[in-house]
Design a protein around this ligand. Structure first.
Ligand code: CA
Length: 501
């Protein structure tokens, strides 16, 4: 009897504690443009399950990244620190997993942490009790997973498999007495956009609307916009991007399905012998359709997770977060890829559902960044936020109470040059109306008045009407660089590429 008297209150206390602490399911995709989510007003596709999250939760319309590229964004999310402090400036470095990250702090706070899917940081995941991740970028089909218990290859479509494994863990592998922080991180819709068999023919009988800036001529801006190598018309590759031959990663059975869907389309293309603008139109359609087909699988799999949360009774006490490692150009400015501080890749989707705390169907217009995710998760889970993290918890925003001193401007810096797509290094700031960009290697500035020019087609830097505002923005930019401890000297250029400037 005596041990019962002692143990019972302890168990009761633990039960009450775990009942109060919410779970978090963090669904993260790779290169998902907000322009390809119907909740964000897409005119190109429908995403009913992402819309469900928006309708039942909060949509952030001014969510941005700090450095628009895959591995650096993930490092910012994990550490709550800008790239120059977490060490992941480009995709080239190996993430230092020995540093402080929010999953480690959640573990200490009594959460079980698990990760399935894309990781892309070279070093093995740290801070997760269980992990099963793709090697590097990972393929769309038949992925090899590196796991905390050895490697294994699974046959099938990667987006489905990541969800299968996330669900397996939820159903059978976790400790149901402990709250969880669960990551389901997709490879999709990263280049080179291989759809699942069921979506290979979707959109065949329709045209995807073109963005207004597909034929951008890059006038009225500095040279970097025109010296990049990421235009759909010039820089995509026939086999790799347009799939005029079957992708190499497919097995024989998958290849048969692929050929049945794509060979008639490819035959029609070859026979048409398109040129000039007709060829650009075809390239955009092929690219956009394959991209959207990959989104269809992401959306479908989000639906599977949401359905399971409902069926299992977990939905009530599980916060669901959807975001992407950055935004993406779905033809805007004629581009694919990301990297720029221009709006489409600087912004990223952010949808959060939190029953009982977020007003269903709300929209937030405050300036938030992926820098804020770590501290947000820590606050939700009742863990301390370390002083050296550089973001700010968005929990008050989620509850509909924006603090009066919430930030009015944000900082951005991109470093990966020389590198893929020749996007020059730049840094800058954005507030609710203006964006100031410094291409510091050529010491050139651009200024955009987003109210008058939302598509960013004309830099007004140096125009007489903007002198006063430019001076104020430069002052604010200096303040941000100081606040975030950005080193005054940027990395020197290797001698062999100095002559590119
Ligand atoms: Ca990415």
């Amino acid at each position: 009897m005596k041990p019962f008297i002692v143990i019972f209150p302890v168990i009761l206390f633990c039960c009450l504690l775990s009942a109060k602490r919410p779970n978090i399911l963090f669904i993260f995709s790779d290169d998902h443009a907000y322009q390809a989510i119907s909740a964000y007003g897409s005119n190109r596709n429908q995403t009913p399950n992402l819309d469900r999250l928006a309708n039942e939760g909060m949509r952030f319309d001014r969510a941005f990244v700090t450095n628009s590229i895959c591995a650096p964004s993930r490092a910012v999310v994990l550490t709550g620190k800008h790239s120059h402090l977490n060490g992941q400036l480009t995709n080239g470095e190996t993430f230092d997993g020995s540093q402080q990250t929010f999953p480690k702090l959640l573990q200490k706070a009594g959460y079980q942490t698990a990760l399935f899917g894309k990781w892309h940081l070279k070093s093995s995941p740290t801070g997760f009790d269980f992990w099963e991740v793709l090697r590097g970028q990972g393929p769309y089909y038949n992925p090899l997973f590196l796991t905390s218990n050895g490697n294994r290859k699974i046959t099938g479509y990667t987006t489905d498999i990541i969800t299968d494994r996330t669900l397996d863990w939820l159903k059978n592998e976790r400790d149901s007495d402990q709250p969880f922080f669960l990551c389901s991180w997709h490879k999709a819709p990263h280049r080179n956009w291989l759809p699942a068999p069921k979506y290979m023919s979707k959109y065949d009988d329709q045209d995807v609307p073109e963005p207004a800036t597909l034929r951008d001529d890059y006038q009225n801006r500095l040279s970097p916009a025109s010296t990049q190598t990421m235009t759909i018309g010039k820089h995509m590759r026939d086999e790799h991007d347009f799939k005029l031959t079957p992708p190499r990663e497919l097995n024989d059975e998958q290849k048969k399905i692929w050929n049945a869907a794509y060979e008639p389309k490819n035959k029609a293309f070859r026979e048409a012998e398109l040129e000039g603008d007709d060829l650009l139109k075809w390239k955009y359609q092929r690219y956009a359709k394959d991209y959207l087909r990959c989104i269809d699988s992401v959306d479908e799999n989000i639906g599977r997770l949401l359905d399971y949360l409902d069926q299992s009774g977990l939905a009530e006490n599980t916060i669901v977060v959807y975001s992407s490692d950055q935004g993406w150009y779905l033809g805007e400015h004629g581009w694919y890829d990301k990297r720029w501080m221009y709006e489409e890749s600087f912004r990223t989707p952010l949808l959060v559902r939190w029953p009982g705390s977020i007003k269903a169907g709300s929209v937030n217009m405050d300036l938030v960044q992926n820098l804020d995710y770590a501290q947000t998760f820590l606050e939700i889970c009742g863990a301390n936020q370390p002083n050296d993290m550089q973001g700010r918890s968005i929990v008050p925003l989620l509850k509909g109470e924006t603090p009066s001193d919430w930030r009015k401007s944000i900082y951005y810096q991109y470093y990966e040059f020389p590198g893929y797509h020749n996007v020059r290094r730049h840094y800058g700031m954005r507030n609710h109306r203006y964006k100031l960009i410094h291409f510091y290697m050529i010491d050139g500035w651009e200024l955009y008045d987003l109210e008058k020019d939302p598509n960013e087609l004309e830099s007004v830097y140096g125009k007489p009407d903007y002198e006063q505002i430019t001076a104020a923005l430069k002052k604010d930019l200096s303040r941000l660089r100081e606040q975030y401890q950005v080193p005054p000297d940027n990395r020197p250029l290797p001698a062999k590429i100095k002559n590119l400037y």
